[in-house]
Design a protein around this ligand. Structure first.
Ligand SMILES: [Zn+2]
Length: 94
């Protein structure tokens, strides 16, 4: 649970928009039958042990990998926000 609270703690202070990431779905691939299925990020964070709908085997989500994914998504969102801010700051490029 420490890892999980640490993961959520990293969201503290983030712009509200980023919190919506937890409602986004990610694709998880079953390591047993290779079936891919979607799960919301928030669900995966709180319940990293999932059951594959294809073969019913337990699928463990790599929280570190998920964390890295969220980090890169956050960076991308940050860049996007910067671009939007630049655009709305009145700078008109010809
Ligand atoms: Zn499976």
């Amino acid at each position: 649970m420490k890892l999980i609270s640490g993961t959520s703690a990293s969201f503290t202070g983030a712009p509200p928009l980023l919190l919506n990431l937890e409602k986004e779905k990610i694709t998880i691939r079953c390591s047993h039958c290779q079936m891919e299925f979607d799960e919301t990020i928030s669900w995966v964070i709180y319940e990293p042990k999932l059951f594959c709908p294809g073969c019913n085997e337990g699928v463990t989500v790599d929280l570190l990998e998920l964390h890295n994914m969220l980090e890169s998504a956050r960076k991308q969102t940050g860049n996007l926000l910067k671009k939007l801010a630049d655009r709305s700051s009145g700078k008109r490029s010809a």
